[in-house]
Design a protein around this ligand. Structure first.
Ligand SMILES: [Mg+2]
Length: 419
């Protein structure tokens, strides 16, 4: 098994797109006021994810602060995964910058040793994308996660069966993939502080204390495969949430409601893409002073219909909004979701949501996918134009130079690369 994890991913992509940023402390997240990712140069100055930008700026006045450019990040992410596919067809895209893979090494395949494969993979990514990844290779997914972190950044670790106990001895239990905070706390009470202590526990005690997932991790740490590669993850969601912080803050109810509608539509587009239905919609309004107020309503039947939900959203907004107050963000969530395989057939077709409605939504989603989000939108969203401008509104730099065929809303998926 192999695990690959990009180093300081978002910030590294920015440095790859703009080489003058190489070697400099760079962070992303300008649009939120909070750091989303930090380059290793910034991390060396104790600047990291989740920190307020003004605090970071105080620590390092020459810090380069950029708005997030998720489109570029996802293009780079795909490129990393495509490079990995040249080495093996069996890969699991685990997150935007991490993947697991099954690999074969030996006399009769391309690479004789796993070390050679890892080195070639890292070299290819560095040469083609201008960023570095860390690679871990071992017998199970859980062990590869420990290995890829072991010598981060820009390094590789291959862990063979005979050296597993040595590695487990220096791995704190709370750093093990799959051992959550609650489990780690429980284990610490029994004097289990390293991954090695954990594997030396009696099997029935592990089952009793941590149940099935913990028991599987116990096996995985000893090199017995329990977690298989999940090549086509069939995702089900419990909830979906979309939020947006606007700057400067606003007290205009039409604008703030339009922001909420925009979040609702983005959440609904995702809901329909994954073929779920929702039974609850919630709204949270955050005031300028960081207090927030929220409320939720249940739907009469599971739905993915804009018209039904916008009426509920309006009720929530009317109940929460206070005139004269200044707001800085809205968040909309959909909860109590019904995944597609649990969908009940609609026995009497008595609901207002007919086949026509479904077709309408599918068409709108298709148009927005093709021509850019919000190409077709609710009239309420016209009020988003009321938005005052602010220095934080800077778009990622590459949006200044549009290619032939690109518009401000539609970007061809062609990254501008520097090799
Ligand atoms: Mg990473």
């Amino acid at each position: 098994m192999l695990h690959v994890d990009a180093d300081g991913f978002f910030a590294s992509v920015e440095q790859s797109l703009n080489p003058s940023l190489r070697g400099k402390p760079v962070v992303t997240g300008a649009e939120r006021g909070i750091i989303a990712a930090a380059s290793y140069e910034a991390k060396a100055l104790n600047i990291g994810r989740g920190m307020q930008l003004h605090e970071a700026k105080a620590l390092c006045p020459r810090l380069v602060i950029l708005p997030s450019d998720y489109e570029s990040y996802s293009i780079y992410s795909n490129r990393i995964f495509n490079i990995l596919r040249r080495f093996t067809p069996s890969i699991e895209e685990y997150s935007i910058d991490e993947a697991f893979a099954e690999i074969a090494t030996g006399r009769d395949v391309c690479f004789e040793t796993p070390e050679m494969l890892a080195a070639e993979l890292r070299k290819t990514v560095r040469q083609e994308l201008g960023l570095t990844v860390s690679v871990g290779i071992s017998l199970t997914k859980t062990l590869t996660k420990i290995c890829s972190k072991f010598r981060k950044p820009d390094n590789q670790t291959v862990l063979r069966a005979e050296h597993i106990p040595l590695m487990l001895k220096i791995t704190p239990i709370e750093k093990v993939w799959g051992i959550g905070n609650a489990s780690a706390k429980k284990l610490l009470q029994y004097g289990i502080s390293s991954a090695l202590d954990f594997t030396q526990m009696n099997e029935s005690a592990v089952k009793k204390l941590l149940h099935k997932p913990g028991h599987e991790t116990w096996h995985e740490l000893q090199g017995h495969q329990r977690f298989r590669l999940n090549e086509n993850p069939f995702r089900t969601y419990d909830s979906m949430m979309k939020g947006h912080t606007f700057s400067p803050p606003s007290n205009n109810p039409d604008f703030i409601f339009a922001e909420a509608v925009n979040n609702m539509e983005r959440a609904l587009a995702k809901l329909r893409r994954h073929r779920h239905l929702t039974r609850e919609i919630g709204l949270s309004l955050r005031l300028k002073e960081y207090h927030h107020q929220s409320a939720a309503l249940r739907t009469s039947l599971p739905t993915d219909n804009n018209r039904e939900l916008i009426a509920l959203l309006r009720q929530l907004f009317t109940a929460l909004f206070i005139h004269g107050q200044t707001y800085r963000s809205t968040t909309v969530w959909l909860a109590n979701l019904e995944p597609p395989h649990l969908r009940q057939p609609d026995l009497f077709e008595a609901r207002p949501q007919s086949a026509e409605q479904t077709q309408l939504h599918q068409t709108i989603d298709k148009l927005n996918k093709r021509f850019g989000s919000n190409s077709v939108q609710s009239a309420a969203l016209l009020n988003l134009r009321e938005k005052p401008t602010h220095s934080r509104d800077a778009k990622p730099k590459r949006y200044d130079k549009l290619l032939k065929g690109e518009t401000k809303v539609r970007h061809l998926n062609i990254p501008r690369m520097t090799l």
